[in-house]
Write a protein that binds this ligand. Structure first.
Ligand code: FAQ
Length: 317
């Protein structure tokens, strides 16, 4: 079929909300954009375990430790579904991971901030998972089938993560003066970086226009950010805490919360690799990759042995 007709079929599917599947024809730029977004999403899940890992050995009780381990394990699983979804687009896992280690591929800016107190684990669950869900609910309707299906499962787990984060903060907010202060301090430090998770303003977003046309993204960065702010500004009242933004105010006309200026210079600085923990995060991932080489080699050797065995069994039969 001529490329023109293939493209017409592709666009027609997008128009009719029919999912694009791995073996379907797709424009190179669509494939490339998906590889970029899905792999960066996968890297975010994997790097995202590191700030939480910092508290697994120091969780305040056995119950909290077990919950945190389970949460980090879920995130490893999300990363693996998403690496698999990236592979369906014709790229290898090694290539994708090398791009993370070399700094070519990004991961969410949020994971370059340190976790200084136990309350930070609550703030990550409530704010970071909360922001991730707002973004990912829209991605359940993304046009690429394997990505959309992975998102459905991931969202179910993320909403549990968000509730556990809120519950950690709720307990602290009803605790001693010291615990209340710890809770407020975590919110003060995580609020603005959480807003940055949604990406640059729509006017500065390079991929949004095309991604919206192809229905990879279904809502814009600013729309999602506003949705998140409206949700959190209400929920924070239950905690009896505040968000560190004096301009945060309900706007009756817009039926949304107004909010103060985001520090975009800080955002780009972190994205470019100069955040408080960027270096540490990549070093930890590279070290884990190098130290796991023997496991990958053993798995390949075992798979080859099994293949050989079943081949000989077939020949003998
Ligand atoms: N950090 O043109 P746009 C989680 C980059 S999962 C770093 O607007 P796009 C789970 C962007 O890549 C969190 N870089 O880009 C968890 C592009 O650069 P490039 C991750 C960012 O793709 C919870 C440039 O800026 N979620 O948290 C960021 O249309 C707790 C221009 O930007 C996803 O990845 C950023 N925040 O929109 C785990 C969701 N924002 O690639 C552990 C899927 C933008 O050209 C604990 N991704 N950039 O070099 C998306 O929905 C989109 O990719 C956006 C960005 C909305 C993130």
């Amino acid at each position: 079929m001529p490329v023109h007709d293939l493209e017409k079929t592709f666009l027609d599917k997008i128009e009719r909300e029919v999912k694009i599947e791995p073996r379907d024809w797709m424009p190179d730029a669509y494939r490339k954009n998906l590889i970029r977004q899905i792999s960066q999403h996968a890297h975010s899940e994997i790097v995202g375990m590191l700030p939480e890992g910092n508290w697994i050995t120091r969780a305040p009780s056995l119950k909290r430790k077990a919950i945190l381990i389970a949460k980090a394990q879920d995130e490893a699983g999300h990363g693996l579904y998403l690496y698999s979804a990236t592979e369906t687009l014709g790229t290898s896992r090694e290539e994708t991971i090398n791009d993370l280690h070399s700094g070519k591929a990004k991961y969410s800016s949020i994971f370059n901030y340190p976790t200084l107190s136990w309350a930070d684990i609550g703030a990550i669950g409530w704010l970071v998972d909360g922001a991730a869900i707002i973004n990912q609910v829209m991605l359940c309707r993304t046009s690429y089938g394997p990505y959309a299906r992975a998102m459905v499962r991931i969202c179910r787990e993320e909403s549990f993560h968000q509730r556990q984060g809120f519950e950690i903060l709720l307990v602290l907010s009803r605790g001693s003066a010291e615990q209340k202060a710890m809770c407020q301090d975590a919110l003060n430090r995580w609020w603005w970086p959480s807003l940055m998770m949604f990406g640059p303003r729509d006017s500065d977003s390079t991929h949004s226009d095309q991604s919206m046309k192809w229905k990879i993204k279904r809502m814009s960065n600013d729309e999602l950010r506003q949705k998140f702010i409206d949700m959190i500004a209400e929920q924070v009242k239950v905690l009896g805490m505040t968000l560190p933004d004096p301009d945060l105010k309900w706007n009756e006309e817009r039926k949304h919360y107004d909010f103060g200026a985001i520090d975009w210079a800080e955002f780009w600085n972190v994205v470019k690799g100069n955040g408080p923990c960027n270096k540490q995060r990549i070093e930890a991932r590279t070290k884990a990759w190098d130290e796991g080489a023997w496991v990958r080699e053993a798995a390949v050797a075992y798979a080859e042995k099994r293949k050989e065995k079943s081949k000989s069994a077939l020949e003998a039969a």
